[in-house]
Design a binder for this molecule. Structure first.
Ligand code: C5P
Ligand code: ZN
Length: 531
């Protein structure tokens, strides 16, 4: 039976999941533990370098971080850890560490001589940072990142990665140095969390924010939306101090009327019920769960109790196994997802679930309100929370309008191996990547999940397009690597800008007159990756 209660059973659940995920990663538990040990040793070196070089500075420690949920979580974890150790600090939030930003940042560092921490970016730009800062003893810095390092195409380039590790120790910590996959096993917030824990073990209470960051980077993509690898250790820390509860939930939209959520689910196909909201309602009425709200409208998933969810799940499993002859394991895998609830946030609807929390942070970062996001993730439940609620509403509307515009106006275009859309005057640069992610993960009718998608938005103040690429995990498994595809395309076209990220999500900027040739070239490069 699937358990819908958040009781002690969850402890067993985590242990079982861990076994499962180690197995599915095809990596032994010992190797995994050893990799984590090595990672922590690398971070300890960073910490020692930080402690040795951050005393007697005239300016506060300067943390630079990324505008997305993972970046803001990283900034909040570092801010909190520095505050607790009485280090004066300031945090700056950047949309990306592009060349011009690096110039600006370096100018500032040389002026104020702060100790600088780059979090959730920096690995993709480590050569520039090394060249400009390493010869200057008065400008020490560290990088805590999880992206593929500059000039590394994928995690199989082990010798090159090892060379970078040796060359950049002790100021550069990155999971790929230790055989850990930065796109699925640990986020920027996770790296910042381990750094914070190395500073002071009491920072274990920051583990939920590391999980929020990892959720923001969509790292809970294993079976039933579980985490793998190092993220599981962070989850164990959070459980140990009773700050996260893992519950089972139904994999349907939590906001739509439940009959519609089941009828129009993209993941779960139930012949006889799918695409027919009325029949779904009749089916649900057989479960003894009261379906209507007091005003006669149909209840949504987020208003159901765990007991009611249990009844509905049992009915769906019975329907699938008896009427449709589907193996119970097959339906359970699709029907049940894990939710990660932050136990201290019970009174804050948008912060209780790690996924919702990361959404709120994203809304702050993507609307130039990153500092509100940082305050929120550092624990402000007064003014930051009140402001963030309004920001989240506006952001949801922006996304909703953008997606509707794409679907209604049929804005998705295709080449042989890729699909793409221009944001025009409707979708700004700040949310182009979010829209691309939603399109791929929502698997709308117009979307071909077999092809990567590129969202393209004109930057307001420059003659460039911002490009965000996203690929479904099913094609990443087949060899698609967008970070590598973007870097190779830039190289082939001799476009001198930074680009990269992870195999399923990567970005760059391209001069406006190069966009067509960029798309044609990346179309060919993606073709080569598949073949
Ligand atoms: O900008 P966008 O959201 O599309 O980026 C997708 C991923 O690629 C993010 O993790 C981002 O940090 C990374 N990225 C990068 N270098 C760039 C642009 C994006 O590492 N120049
Ligand atoms: Zn990240």
């Amino acid at each position: 039976m699937i358990c819908f209660n958040s009781s002690n059973r969850n402890d067993n659940k985590i242990i079982q999941l861990k076994e499962l995920n180690f197995k599915s990663m095809n990596i032994s538990r010992e190797k995994m533990a050893n990799n984590l040990k090595e990672l922590i040793l690398g971070i300890v070196k960073c910490r020692d370098y930080f402690l040795a070089n951050s005393k007697n500075l005239n300016a506060p420690i300067h943390v630079y971080t990324h505008i997305d949920a993972d970046g803001l979580s990283s900034g909040a974890i570092l801010g909190k850890a520095l505050y607790r150790e009485n280090f004066p600090f300031q945090i700056s939030i950047l949309r990306q560490l592009e060349r011009e930003e690096i110039e600006r940042v370096i100018k500032d560092i040389k002026k104020y001589h702060n100790f600088t921490i780059f979090a959730d970016f920096g690995s993709g730009q480590y050569l520039e940072l090394q060249e400009k800062l390493c010869n200057d003893n008065s400008c020490p810095f560290i990088i805590l990142d999880h992206h593929l390092p500059q000039n590394i195409a994928n995690q199989e380039e082990k010798e090159l990665i090892e060379e970078i590790r040796k060359k950049t120790s002790p100021w550069h910590a990155n999971p790929y140095f230790y055989g850990i996959d930065g796109s699925t096993e640990i986020s920027g917030a996770g790296m910042s969390y381990f750094f914070a824990k190395c500073l002071n073990p009491n920072n274990i209470d920051l583990s939920p924010i590391a999980i929020v960051g990892a959720t923001g980077d969509i790292q809970n993509q294993a079976k039933n939306k579980s985490f793998v690898g190092v993220n599981l250790h962070i989850l164990e820390d959070a459980k140990k101090v009773n700050l996260i509860d893992i519950i089972n939930d139904l994999n349907f939209s939590s906001l739509k009327p439940i009959n519609e959520a089941i009828a129009y689910s993209k993941d779960i196909n139930l012949p006889g019920l799918s695409n027919d909201a009325n029949r779904c309602l009749k089916f649900l009425q057989t479960t003894s769960v009261l379906m209507e709200n007091a005003d006669g409208t149909i209840r949504s998933l987020n208003t159901l109790t765990q007991d009611e969810k249990q009844k509905i799940s049992t009915a769906i499993i019975e329907y699938s196994t008896i009427k449709l002859n589907i193996e119970p394991g097959e339906i359970i895998e699709k029907l049940i997802v894990h939710k990660y609830l932050l136990t201290r946030e019970q009174n804050y609807e948008e912060l209780h679930d790690a996924g919702e929390f990361s959404n709120m942070l994203n809304s702050c970062g993507r609307s130039n309100n990153g500092s509100i996001g940082i305050a929120l993730a550092m624990g402000d439940r007064n003014s930051a929370y009140v402001q963030a609620k309004q920001i989240l509403n506006d952001y949801k509307k922006l996304l909703f309008d953008g997606l509707n515009w794409i679907y209604n106006e049929k804005k998705i275009q295709s080449k042989t191996n890729i699909q793409y859309f221009f944001g025009e005057d409707k979708i700004p640069e700040t949310i182009i990547g979010v829209i691309a992610s939603i399109l791929i993960f929502d698997k709308g009718d117009e979307i071909d999940v077999e092809k990567p998608i590129f969202g393209i938005a004109r930057r307001q103040d420059e003659d460039v397009y911002k490009i965000s690429g996203r690929a479904h995990k099913s094609i990443v498994r087949k060899g698609i690597n967008l970070s590598d595809a973007i870097r190779k395309t830039l190289e082939r076209l001799e476009i001198d800008v930074m680009g990269g990220g992870h195999p399923p999500a990567a970005g760059t900027t391209v001069p406006i007159d190069k966009i067509e040739v960029f798309l044609d070239t990346i179309d060919l490069i993606v073709k080569n990756q598949i073949s």
